[in-house]
Design a protein around this ligand. Structure first.
Ligand SMILES: Nc1nc2c(c(=O)[nH]1)N[C@@H](CN(C=O)c1ccc(C(=O)N[C@@H](CCC(=O)O)C(=O)O)cc1)CN2
Length: 295
């Protein structure tokens, strides 16, 4: 069997078009232009590219983009003061602080300072709690992207066995919550799971979010399974050139799976598309309207 490739780039483009249409309607019907503030501390090359893409795609979708670039040595107090100003700014509907942050800054403290209504990353404990208890929440972008791809590929997920490898607060736990909402039977596996390979082999939907290059091997995949790879790992390729691989050994897994996301071009592009969607949802809700997006 050779798996069909799940095209995250194409789905992300469709979501961005839906976002642009929703923005048009908000402008016409409510006189509202959603605004997203993105904060970058330091000059990490990958983070700088992601932030540039976020700003570009925000503007392309018809929204207002506010970019805040701070020096690597910025103090936690200065960053918290900026967040206070963004929380109070009515033109800003969504706030995102690009991660990772430099060592002198406590990320948890910064994320907790963001107004939960503007927390378009969905990382605030209020949004995590709302998601876990089935209330309207701003949902973390990468997990949302994974579940959109799974639903688009498989339709109804109800009753399927889902195994999530990785238990981070920003991917593993929220993606497990979303799959539970879709009535999957969900297992969260991690480094202390006794027989990780056997656990993965149970999965109809296997989500890899461990951050270790090509850790999940082909013989860990159940024949016909849908494999969603969240990993973005930069490794040395042939001729000393850098390349990006996922957490799944792609060629081996693609020989066994029914459907698989590539890296790059799978989950990655969905992250920014879902961020734009969350920004529109946040703007609508802050103005007493419901989210224009289903599901
Ligand atoms: N505050 C946040 N920080 C970070 C998040 C996040 O969701 N919120 N996620 C990642 C980085 N990220 C967005 O911020 C992100 C990562 C990857 C991609 C993407 O499109 N990847 C491409 C490959 C890109 C490349 O060549 O480097 C792909 O997979 O096709 C978009 C956004 C950490 N920080």
């Amino acid at each position: 069997m050779t798996a069909s490739v799940i095209d995250g780039k194409a789905t992300a483009a469709t979501i961005r078009q839906e976002v642009a249409r929703a923005v048009e309607r908000l402008k016409a019907e409510a006189g509202l232009t959603p605004g997203l503030a993105v904060v970058l501390v330091g000059e990490d090359p990958a983070s700088s590219i992601y932030v540039r893409n976020k700003n570009k795609q925000t503007v392309e979708a018809g929204m207002a983009s506010f970019e805040h670039k701070l020096d690597e040595g910025t103090s936690e107090a200065d960053l918290l003061a900026l967040i206070d100003r963004l929380n109070a700014d009515p033109a800003v509907n969504g706030i995102l602080v690009q991660l990772p942050l430099p060592k002198q800054i406590d990320s948890a403290k910064v994320l907790a300072a963001i107004d939960p209504a503007k927390d378009v990353d969905g990382f605030h404990v209020v949004n995590a709690g709302r998601l876990a208890t089935g209330q309207d929440a701003l949902v973390p972008c990468t997990p949302l992207g994974c579940v959109i791809l799974a639903k688009q590929t498989l339709g109804d997920l109800s009753g399927l066995e889902a195994v999530v490898v990785g238990r981070s607060n920003i991917v593993g736990k929220p993606v497990a919550q979303l799959l539970l909402q879709e009535n999957c039977t969900v297992t969260i596996a991690h480094s202390r799971t006794k027989d990780l390979a056997a656990t993965c082999r149970r999965a109809d939907i296997l989500i890899a979010a461990v951050g270790r290059p090509e850790m999940i091997k082909g013989d860990w995949v159940k024949p016909g399974a849908t494999v969603i790879d969240v990993g973005i790992n930069r490794i040395e390729g042939e001729g000393g050139k850098g390349k990006i691989v996922g957490d799944v050994a792609y060629d081996e897994a693609a020989a066994v799976a029914g459907h698989i996301t590539p890296v790059p071009g799978g989950v990655g592009p969905m992250t920014i598309a879902c961020l734009l969607r969350n920004t529109v949802t946040a703007a609508a809700r802050q103005n007493g309207l419901s989210s224009p997006f289903a599901g």
